[in-house]
Write a protein that binds this ligand. Structure first.
Ligand SMILES: Cc1cc2nc3c(=O)[nH]c(=O)nc-3n(C[C@H](O)[C@H](O)[C@H](O)COP(=O)(O)OP(=O)(O)OC[C@H]3O[C@@H](n4cnc5c(N)ncnc54)[C@H](O)[C@@H]3O)c2cc1C
Length: 380
């Protein structure tokens, strides 16, 4: 039975869900609050050959969904540059050699950036089904039909569906008005699921070439001084230009108090101490603070995360919402929660649930339950 489905949020989980349920023959609308797709998966567009991953930089061997998708769309990947010495900066600023490999050795980067993957999935949708600048704030029911309401550039809107997937960070989902109310345990679980990396900020400095490589250092520095706590080579595979990026190691409150200009200056001071004076004069810098992004971070995400939480949500949404509502952001994945692989897995899992429900609801199949790719091997 063909269903009308709304997916809220065009990050990787929502894109994947919308693509897969659409491929299975259902009517789907994907609503996105921002004016772009990808969510946290965002590559800065301007760059002279460099590409700056303001969100995720890496994926890892053993993550089959992202690898299958890159192969499917013909998008290349390459290994994180890790040849050479790892540096360590002490609290007094002194820099020495760390007797370790880069912690990111063996990880992969997407050539051209992760936005390429988000865009490739978005292009599988009928453009009329992707509604950008649609911020949802309310999900209700009327006579068994789900009403999804919010605001777009023209004002308030309401759309109707039989089934809704909420592909936004759980904490933000917990702030939505959902009537009838879900069981308190479900609401509590949404509020208490941290949004992976939402408390972080990333700094990029671009150069004509990755000059540190010639000095025998791989670009990775672990710093106890800051403001950057961990720095990596972020140059493109071709190395035709150079890029360094660092995670800002001070919390959101202190970042805001310092101000963007002062933070960039302090970061350049630090990388000049580490990599030499050449590093003080990049061709371009970028600073992305995710706590300033209302469609990623809520009030509880202002504090930085110190460890990767034990993710995975299997919520009892109560009788009123059974088979009508699902939460599918990356953080709901038990296997790769918080990661891009988890987001893609969650999107596929939602499409599989829709397919199973459709089969239960119908006597005569009217919808072809064929995904665009063979996900039979995927048991996530
Ligand atoms: C700095 C940083 C570094 C990271 N590094 C890595 C890494 O190296 N490797 C890795 O695997 N993962 C990494 N991650 C995590 C990875 O980015 C996420 O797991 C993944 O992108 C989440 O996808 P998602 O679709 O579940 O959620 P999101 O990407 O958050 O997508 C949610 C979407 O919903 C939209 N939205 C929000 N509210 C509303 C609303 N009310 N109405 C409509 N739309 C709404 C948002 O605009 C967004 O597009 C990193 C994240 C960050 C921020």
């Amino acid at each position: 039975m063909k269903q009308n489905i709304i997916v809220i949020g065009a990050g990787l989980s929502g894109l994947m869900a919308a693509w897969q349920v659409g491929q299975a023959g259902h009517n789907v609308k994907l609503l996105e609050a921002r004016d772009r797709v990808g969510g946290r998966a965002w590559t800065h567009p301007d760059n002279n050959g460099a590409f700056c991953e303001m969100g995720p930089s890496w994926f890892w061997p053993g993550q089959p969904v992202v690898m299958s998708l890159l192969n499917h769309f013909g998008i290349d990947h390459f290994e994180q540059y890790a040849d050479g010495i790892v540096l360590f900066q002490q609290p007094d600023g002194k820099v020495g050699q760390a007797p370790i490999d880069s912690p990111m050795k063996g990880s992969y980067r997407i050539d051209g950036g992760i936005s390429k993957l988000a865009t490739a999935i978005a292009q599988q949708l009928d453009p009329a089904d992707l509604l950008l600048n649609h911020a949802v704030d309310t999900i209700t029911q009327q006579d068994g039909v789900v009403l999804v309401s919010g605001t777009n550039t023209d004002g308030p809107f309401t759309l109707r569906a039989e089934r809704v997937a909420v592909a936004i960070p759980p904490r933000l989902a917990g702030e939505m008005t959902i009537e009838p109310a879900m069981p308190p345990a479900a609401v509590h679980a949404l509020h208490n699921t941290p949004t992976w990396m939402a408390g972080h900020a990333k700094f990029f400095a671009l150069y004509d070439q990755p000059f540190w490589r010639a000095k025998g250092v791989c670009g990775t520095t672990i710093s106890r001084r800051g403001p950057l706590a961990e720095i990596h080579d972020a140059s493109p595979a071709s190395a035709e230009v150079g890029a360094l990026f660092g995670f800002v190691g001070i919390d959101a409150g202190r970042r805001a108090a310092a101000g963007k200009e002062a933070l960039i200056e302090a970061a350049l001071d630090q990388i000049a101490q580490i990599y030499g004076e050449e590093a003080r004069h990049p061709t371009q810098t970028y600073l992305q603070d995710w706590t300033q992004e209302p469609f990623t971070a809520g009030a509880a995400d202002q504090a930085p995360q110190t460890h990767h939480p034990n993710y995975g949500l299997n919520l009892d949404l109560g009788e009123a919402w059974e088979n009508k509502l699902a939460f599918i952001s990356s953080e709901t994945s038990f296997t790769n929660g918080g990661l891009i692989e988890g987001a893609l897995e969650s999107g596929i899992r939602f499409a599989q649930c829709v397919a199973e429900l459709s089969l239960k609801l119908q006597d005569e199949p009217t919808v072809e339950h064929k995904a665009s790719m063979d996900w039979d091997w995927f048991q996530g």
